[in-house]
Design a protein around this ligand. Structure first.
Ligand SMILES: [Zn+2]
Length: 69
Protein backbone atom coordinates (compact mmCIF):
# COMPACT_ATOMS: atom_id res chain seq x y z
CA UNK A 1 0.00 0.00 0.00
CA UNK A 2 1.72 3.19 -1.12
CA UNK A 3 1.73 6.18 1.19
CA UNK A 4 0.17 9.21 -0.47
CA UNK A 5 0.31 12.72 0.91
CA UNK A 6 -2.97 14.59 0.50
CA UNK A 7 -3.35 18.28 1.16
CA UNK A 8 -6.04 18.43 3.89
CA UNK A 9 -6.69 22.15 3.44
CA UNK A 10 -10.11 21.89 1.84
CA UNK A 11 -11.18 18.37 2.71
CA UNK A 12 -13.56 19.51 5.42
CA UNK A 13 -15.04 22.18 3.14
CA UNK A 14 -15.64 20.00 0.11
CA UNK A 15 -19.07 18.53 -0.62
CA UNK A 16 -18.87 14.79 -1.24
CA UNK A 17 -22.12 14.97 -3.21
CA UNK A 18 -21.21 17.61 -5.82
CA UNK A 19 -17.59 18.51 -5.15
CA UNK A 20 -18.31 22.14 -4.37
CA UNK A 21 -15.64 23.69 -2.12
CA UNK A 22 -16.60 26.63 0.04
CA UNK A 23 -15.51 27.49 3.56
CA UNK A 24 -19.11 28.53 4.22
CA UNK A 25 -20.11 24.90 3.61
CA UNK A 26 -18.75 24.28 7.08
CA UNK A 27 -21.42 25.95 9.21
CA UNK A 28 -19.74 24.87 12.44
CA UNK A 29 -17.04 22.53 13.68
CA UNK A 30 -19.50 19.65 13.55
CA UNK A 31 -21.96 20.56 10.81
CA UNK A 32 -21.65 20.70 7.04
CA UNK A 33 -24.18 22.23 4.64
CA UNK A 34 -23.28 22.53 0.97
CA UNK A 35 -23.98 26.03 -0.37
CA UNK A 36 -24.36 24.65 -3.86
CA UNK A 37 -26.52 21.51 -3.69
CA UNK A 38 -27.78 21.62 -0.10
CA UNK A 39 -26.15 18.35 0.93
CA UNK A 40 -25.82 18.13 4.70
CA UNK A 41 -23.60 16.07 6.98
CA UNK A 42 -23.46 16.07 10.75
CA UNK A 43 -19.90 14.85 11.13
CA UNK A 44 -17.68 17.11 9.10
CA UNK A 45 -14.55 15.33 10.26
CA UNK A 46 -15.82 12.09 8.74
CA UNK A 47 -16.63 14.03 5.59
CA UNK A 48 -13.04 15.21 5.51
CA UNK A 49 -11.80 11.64 5.82
CA UNK A 50 -14.07 10.60 2.95
CA UNK A 51 -12.67 13.40 0.79
CA UNK A 52 -9.10 12.39 1.60
CA UNK A 53 -9.91 8.83 0.54
CA UNK A 54 -11.50 10.06 -2.67
CA UNK A 55 -8.61 12.35 -3.52
CA UNK A 56 -5.80 9.93 -2.82
CA UNK A 57 -5.86 8.16 -6.23
CA UNK A 58 -5.68 11.48 -8.12
CA UNK A 59 -2.87 12.69 -5.89
CA UNK A 60 -1.00 9.43 -6.47
CA UNK A 61 -1.34 9.85 -10.25
CA UNK A 62 0.01 13.40 -9.95
CA UNK A 63 2.97 12.38 -7.83
CA UNK A 64 4.00 9.65 -10.30
CA UNK A 65 3.54 11.77 -13.43
CA UNK A 66 6.73 12.94 -15.13
CA UNK A 67 7.56 16.49 -14.08
CA UNK A 68 7.84 19.17 -16.71
CA UNK A 69 11.08 20.60 -15.34
ZN1 LIG B 1 -22.88 19.94 -2.82
Amino acid sequence: MPIVRVDPAYTSQRCTACGHIDKRNRTSQAEFVCRDCGFTAEHADILGADNIALRAPATWAQSTAPSAA
